[in-house]
Design a protein around this ligand. Structure first.
Ligand SMILES: Nc1ncnc2c1ncn2[C@@H]1O[C@H](COP(=O)(O)OP(=O)(O)OP(=O)(O)O)[C@@H](O)[C@H]1O
Length: 650
């Protein structure tokens, strides 16, 4: 016993805790959801399931059964308390929970709808590292046993009940040590329900499988070896069904449950009255009343505990008008009072009662399971799990060809549009011309005309203005990208500069072409400047030739030789397109991965895979790798096709 306490106090998650033959031991479990607005779901829950037992977890909707199950498989962590499953804290290193040791059937179907039954079973089989033969053997047994249609039938062609049976088959597949089944018999006909229970009893007896099962059909839990009755996040009673029936002198578990609820309400109410701290929560009252009706507590006119009165619907409704916070508080007071009173309960298996351990003595926060799983994954790459995920992803692709084509078409269309509309050099850029040398716009005889003829009209479209202020106003309005101004004495000044080497400020100013540009668009600016500079250079060379001077004088003292890579006239398209493609590939891969994750999370598939031993990190790797590889190969081909096509067009 001292071992137990020591292990618990130190929070050690291994076999040293020595819970004997207990497969599951939950001690003083507290769980709440949310950070800012806390929803308390589990209040001081204690639960013990011996190995090879079937444990029926019963309670109305919303009482916290699923939350407790998710804590058992390591999916959620307690805020306080301790859980030991198969001798260790779920998620601890090397432990098979989550993993192959546990078969989990969630409440939602959590199946890939486009898969057929066989593919679904093979996916989970591969995850659990089962041999092909093993999977096939189990497959043929489960198909027959669960009365399933042909294994090639797709999940989305099955009825709701059939889908739930496939889900159950996936949980039973690897014959795990521990089975956690969240309402497996919903939508199943009574005969098959009988058969499922018989099978569960058989495997618990012969294989020693421990089974935790939740159900809304309270009476079917009679077949369980032990039942736990929960309400508002608390465990009201935990015992063998027969013992409970005998204790409450009832013929059905429904009535036992109802008696327990009434007893519980009275106890909590009297405590609250004593503390004079009653609050009202009408919303919760309605919820509780509704959920009780749903759970099959339909016969509310039953004998009360003393056998003297009748609990009618009204009384019952009134008695359930309690705030969960208040109930939790009362429960805590109750437990504290018990522990202060020094009662010592020794469990039948000789272990210390969970109630003997104060919550403060327990581990505040269990070990971070996700971190451990990540470390495990790095140490051991789990090839079979990656293989299972890859086969699953390929099947998903195979089944969604239309979606895949659409996914591939989007980037092709985007890149084509980029190349056609954005990636090309800007053309016919409108520029205002104010030529102070001219009269009647383009007079003959002056040299500025020669300069203007050298400007490539594919790139620059000149529009003449007489007034500099008016031209500038048009640029400001956004009609033109700039003003090109040629000063009054341009012809004489350029001649003086080139032939007589005059370099006084007036000559230099008048011999220059003055540009007033809208430089907000880098690409347009570059093309404008480049075109005008090239035109000016050509003009000067021609002028020098006319004056019998070597035209090379007009060349800048830089000679651009044959390029090592690329062309002498580089194009923006060639530069920008690859970057654009990589961006599209990257973001599409990310988007697609995120989409798959969101869908899988919504349908409960991600959680199911997680409980089967897949950590999200592994999922991400497999998904990202797959899409990236696909896209890279595909785009490599498309890139060449598109670029070649466009270059030839231009
Ligand atoms: N992720 C969550 N965030 C906040 N509250 C939650 C979350 N999941 C469950 N709850 C709340 O916790 C309470 C218990 O939920 P849980 O699913 O455990 O109930 P349950 O007993 O399994 O119900 P049912 O039988 O209908 O499945 C409910 O009030 C529910 O609204």
């Amino acid at each position: 016993m001292s071992n137990v306490l020591e292990g618990l106090l130190n929070g050690i998650s291994n076999n040293e805790n020595d819970h004997g033959e207990l497969a599951i031991c939950v001690q003083n479990a507290y769980k709440s959801y949310g950070y800012w607005k806390r929803v308390n779901v589990l209040h001081d829950v204690n639960l013990s399931v011996p190995k090879g037992f079937i444990y029926g977890l019963l309670g109305p909707s919303g009482c916290g059964k699923t939350t407790l199950l998710r804590c058992l498989v390591g999916r959620l962590q307690l805020n306080n308390g301790q859980i030991t499953v198969l001798g260790a804290i779920p998620g601890s290193r090397g432990h098979g929970v989550p993993g192959a040791k546990v078969g989990f059937m969630p409440q939602e179907t959590a199946l890939y709808k486009d898969f057929n039954i066989s593919e679904m079973l093979h996916y989970f089989g591969r995850l659990h590292n089962m041999s092909r033969q093993g999977i096939l053997k189990q497959e043929s047994f489960l198909l027959g046993f669960l009365d399933l249609p042909s294994k090639t039938k797709k999940i989305n062609q099955l009825s709701g009940g059939q889908q739930r049976r496939v889900s159950l088959a996936c949980a039973l597949l690897q014959q795990p040590e521990l089975l956690i089944l969240d309402e497996p018999t919903v939508g199943v006909d009574p005969l098959l329900r009988e058969k499922i229970w018989s099978h569960l009893m058989f495997i618990s007896k012969t294989n020693g499988t421990t089974i935790v099962i939740t159900t809304h059909y309270i009476e079917e839990a009679r077949k369980a070896n032990r039942v736990g009755l929960m309400r508002s996040g608390r465990m009201l009673a935990e015992d063998e069904p027969i013992a409970l029936l005998a204790k409450y002198n009832q013929s059905s578990l429904e009535n036992v449950f109802l008696n327990l609820c009434v007893e519980d309400q009275n106890r909590v109410l009297s405590k609250l009255k004593r503390n004079s701290s009653a609050h009202e929560d009408l919303q919760h009252q309605q919820l509780e009343a509704t959920t009780m009706t749903n759970t099959g507590a339909h016969s509310l006119a039953v004998n009360d505990q003393n056998g003297t009165g009748v609990v009618d619907r009204e009384n019952y409704s009134a008695s359930v008008s309690l705030d969960p916070e208040m109930i939790a508080e009362a429960a805590l007071n109750d437990r504290t009072a018990r522990s202060e009173g020094g009662d010592t309960d020794i469990l039948p298996n000789g272990k210390i009662s969970a109630e003997q351990i104060k919550p403060t003595q327990l581990v505040k926060r269990p070990i971070l399971t996700a971190k451990r799983a990540a470390v495990d994954c790095c140490i051991c790459p789990h090839a079979h799990k990656i293989w299972a995920l890859m086969v699953k992803d390929l099947t998903v692709i195979k089944r969604s060809i239309g979606f895949l084509i659409f996914q591939f078409l989007i980037p092709v269309i985007q890149i084509s549009l980029f190349c056609l509309c954005i990636g090309r050099d800007p053309q016919r850029i409108p520029v205002a011309l104010v030529n102070d040398e001219s009269f009647a716009n383009y007079p003959t005889g002056n040299r500025s005309l020669l300069l203007l003829t050298k400007i490539n009209t594919d790139y620059i479209q000149l529009h003449s203005f007489d007034d500099m202020l008016l031209a500038t106003a048009y640029v400001e309005k956004g009609d033109y990208y700039g003003v090109m101004n040629i000063r009054k004495n341009f012809s004489q000044a350029i001649l003086d500069k080139l032939t007589k080497f005059k370099a006084d400020p007036a000559t230099l100013d008048q011999s220059a072409v003055h540009l007033f540009l809208d430089m907000t668009n880098q690409q347009v600016t570059y093309v404008m400047q480049n075109s005008i500079l090239t035109a000016t250079q050509l003009f000067m060379k021609e002028l020098l030739i006319q004056n019998k001077i070597d035209p090379r004088i007009a060349d800048p003292p830089v000679i651009i030789e044959k390029p090592i890579y690329g062309d002498l006239t580089p194009r923006f398209l060639n530069f920008a397109a690859p970057g654009m493609m990589i961006s599209i590939i990257f973001f599409l891969a990310i988007g697609l991965t995120a989409l798959i994750f969101v869908v899988e999370k919504k349908e409960g598939l991600l959680e199911r895979s997680w409980i089967a031993g897949i950590i999200y990190f592994l999922c991400k790797i497999s998904t990202m790798q797959k899409w990236r590889r696909f896209y890279l190969i595909f785009f490599d081909r498309v890139r060449y096709l598109v670029l070649n096509f466009l270059s030839e067009k231009n």
